[in-house]
Design a protein around this ligand. Structure first.
Ligand code: ADP
Ligand code: MG
Length: 420
């Protein structure tokens, strides 16, 4: 991918925008871009530099993302709203072409890394509540104040607010560019022995410190999840490359597979409520460490059909009216609203799944299900809005260390917005 039209190869110390930004280390990458920590010499602050691939379709996508981000970043209120801030943008000419670069506020690790860091055990429910609250504030803001649908909500696209000073993390600064390079050697050639050795050493060191970026300390018992006490969990929604306006949509097929809503599979049209479906999938994943739906192609059925079957095994039968309403409905359903090729479904309701597989207490399972299930309504219009969801009692409940529940104690540093 480091070729004409692809990623721009960056080295530590590279300068951008006439020397204003200096690359420090790679923060991450996606299908469209690499993202670098950069020092902004004009403000003496750290920023995230998202450097897009240079081919025409990526330039187009970046212009679109800038368009969306600019429309929300003009808002004085944006910081409190759990959505990433666009600071600036510019073009950068490199050997692989012209790259659009977005200057974004610097954030921490993604929720995906947080889940991995916790060894896929599921986070304590209080942490899940805090994160859910933040994501909902972001969604409510996007949906209600800007009419924007994110359309690609997933743990990778929600970033924690960084708690470290990048200048004071030399180990990570040194290692990350080696570890997080998208496709191995940026020169596209044979990886040298020295580089292999460096990588091995880097992996060992990072295994020791991984997660430290966003998460301070933690116990080291490999059999259990880590101790996440004392971590102030706040986060922001990022990656607006696929976002659209409810009244100005671009794609029929949206969302990453596991977080995709049923109406998208059926091509029955969509609106804000697709984000609410993805949000419910994220809440489950945070609480259990597992993805809610992981459909697979099988003998005689497609990934889409398996996906619909998994949904119905968890949520019950899809109402016939909904099942037959999409342009693709006939591919999957007969006229009675039954799947054509997967005939026997094993119903396993959410609260039972939480108790039996994830060892939730009966009451935790019950309450968490009450929060999540309405968001997974097959009828999109029946799903609660982000605004409505913010009022849910489950979010307002805090448990203290001994597990005794206190209703109505504030979210440590996140104020609920009553009546808003
Ligand atoms: P793409 O559109 O290519 O998927 P993203 O916007 O999702 O790009 O960014 C790719 C990755 O870069 C993210 O998953 C994250 O790890 C990192 N990243 C993106 N934005 C920031 C930011 N503002 N601060 C820190 N890291 C970021
Ligand atoms: Mg992304």
């Amino acid at each position: 991918s480091y070729r004409k039209g692809g990623y721009h190869a960056v080295r530590v110390g590279d300068q951008f925008a006439g020397g204003r930004f200096i690359a420090q280390r790679k923060l991450g990458w996606g299908q469209f871009s690499t993202v670098w920590l950069a020092y902004d010499t004009s403000t003496s602050a750290y920023v995230a530099l998202k450097i897009q691939k240079s081919a025409a379709q990526f330039v187009q996508a970046a212009l679109h993302e800038i368009d969306v981000l600019a429309s929300i970043s003009n808002d004085v209120d944006v910081n409190s709203k759990c959505v990433v801030q666009l600071i600036d943008h510019f073009k950068h000419a490199g050997p692989n072409g012209q790259h659009l670069c977005m200057v974004l506020e610097f954030l921490g690790d993604s929720l995906l890394r947080l889940i991995k860091y916790n060894r896929y055990k599921g986070l304590p429910l209080n942490k899940v509540r805090e994160i859910c609250h933040c994501i909902l504030l972001g969604l409510d803001y996007l949906h209600r104040e800007h009419g924007i649908i994110h359309t690609d909500l997933k743990p990778e696209n929600v970033l924690l607010i960084s708690t470290i000073d990048p200048a004071k993390d030399p180990v990570r600064s040194e290692l990350s560019p080696i570890l997080e390079r998208p496709e191995g050697n940026i020169n596209g050639g044979v990886t040298s022995l020295i580089e292999k050795k460096l990588k091995r050493r880097a992996r060992r060191a990072v295994a020791k410190i991984s997660g430290r970026n966003a998460l301070l300390g933690g116990n080291e018992d490999p059999k259990s999840g880590r101790n996440l006490d004392g971590i102030d969990v706040r986060c922001k929604v990022v990656d607006f490359g696929n976002a659209c306006w409810a009244d100005k949509q671009f794609a029929e097929e949206i969302q990453t597979r596991q977080y995709r809503a049923p109406e998208v599979i059926l091509e029955a049209g969509y609106s804000f409520s697709v984000d609410m479906w993805s949000f419910a999938c994220i809440a489950f994943e945070l609480a259990t460490g597992d993805m809610l739906f992981t459909p697979k192609v099988g003998q005689g059925f497609s990934e889409n059909e398996d996906h619909l079957a998994l949904m119905m095994e968890l949520l019950g039968k899809m109402p016939r009216k909904v099942a037959i309403a999409g342009a693709k409905s006939k591919d999957f359903f007969d006229r009675h609203g039954d799947l054509k090729r997967i005939r026997r479904l094993k119903f396993w309701p959410l609260s039972k799944l939480l108790v039996e597989r994830y060892k939730f207490s009966e009451s935790d399972a019950h309450e968490f299900s009450e929060f999540v299930l309405p968001l997974l309504d097959f009828t999109p219009e029946k799903r609660p809005t982000a605004q409505k969801c913010l009022e849910h009692p489950w979010l307002k409940k805090m448990e203290n260390e001994s597990g005794v529940e206190n209703v109505g104690v504030g979210m440590s540093n996140l104020k609920m917005e009553p009546g808003k």
